[in-house]
Design a protein around this ligand. Structure first.
Ligand SMILES: C[S@@+](CC[C@H](N)C(=O)[O-])C[C@H]1O[C@@H](n2cnc3c(N)ncnc32)[C@H](O)[C@@H]1O
Length: 250
């Protein structure tokens, strides 16, 4: 990756990762139906207006979205949202934006957010790659959390893994200076891939100091029960953000 890869270049690469004209994007997920409870189904229609944000290819106004000016944390692939809700409840001074594509998980998260009275939370149901590329303003996020991304363990599926150079370029440009990209996986070779890809991004540097305890996710609990190792990697966004209209980082 060149040292000056900006969001627009990453956009083109991400829209068409195979490099062949007109081919569809390779997604990091497969749309599964999954079983939904009646309550989850109702939540998707009744509670969506309260917490949901539509995908649109235009930058969001985060202050407008949350009705205040507070640091914003993005969680990609929040699953059933329990860990996201815990973070949001424990940190009322921060705003949380969750992205997920799986209906039952979103339904569960909506129900719990409403039951627990969580206010500092908004959800987007769409591919996180599109959302970060199109909706997240440059330099706007305090942290991007990627906890237990789908591992795609088979070699022929590796291209579906979310952490690719273009994705990491989008992550880096979306973080404010000093903002963090926080990843956790229990797949050793995915951890290696994350290290290799992020090492190549000129805007991100690894943090080796201990980070505050975070709440355990559903996949984490499952991995722990199976005795899996946990690979937690945190990176910090360096340098100033570019001036308006200037896309190149020096
Ligand atoms: C292995 S699960 C982990 C869920 C949760 N983070 C946890 O630790 O329990 C990965 C989740 O990421 C979601 N996901 C995968 N690719 C995504 C994408 N491109 N955009 C949004 N969500 C995605 C999947 O639907 C799935 O729920």
């Amino acid at each position: 990756m060149s040292g000056t890869l900006d969001k627009q270049q990453a956009v083109r690469a991400t829209k068409n990762p195979s490099g062949s004209q007109g081919s569809p994007a390779i997604r990091s997920f497969v749309r599964r139906r999954g079983r939904m409870t009646e309550a989850q189904r109702r939540a998707l229609s009744d509670l969506w207006p309260k917490y949901g944000v539509a995908y649109a290819p235009a930058p969001l106004d985060l202050q407008d979205l949350f009705g205040r000016d507070a640091p914003c944390i993005l969680e990609i692939g929040f699953g059933n949202g329990d860990a996201l809700l815990t973070q949001a409840r424990q940190n009322p001074d921060l705003d949380y934006l969750g992205i997920e594509v799986h209906d039952p998980g979103i339904g569960h998260c909506l129900l719990e957010a409403n039951r627990q009275g969580v206010e500092n939370l908004r959800l987007i149901q769409h591919d996180a790659v599109d959302v970060i590329r199109d909706q997240i303003p440059n330099g706007s996020l305090r942290s991007i959390n990627l906890f237990y991304p789908d591992p795609w363990p088979k070699k022929r599926h590796r291209k579906r893994r979310l952490v690719q150079p273009e994705f990491v370029a989008l992550v880096a440009t979306s973080l404010e200076p000093g903002g963090r990209f926080h990843t956790v996986t229990d797949w050793p070779d995915y951890a290696e891939q994350i290290t290799a890809v992020v090492d190549n991004n000129p805007l991100l540097a690894p943090i080796t100091t201990p980070h505050p305890k975070r709440s355990t996710t559903r996949f984490e609990a499952r991995g722990e029960a199976l005795g899996h190792d946990v690979f937690e990697q945190v990176y910090q966004r360096m340098l100033d953000i570019p001036k308006a209209g200037e896309k190149e980082y020096k």
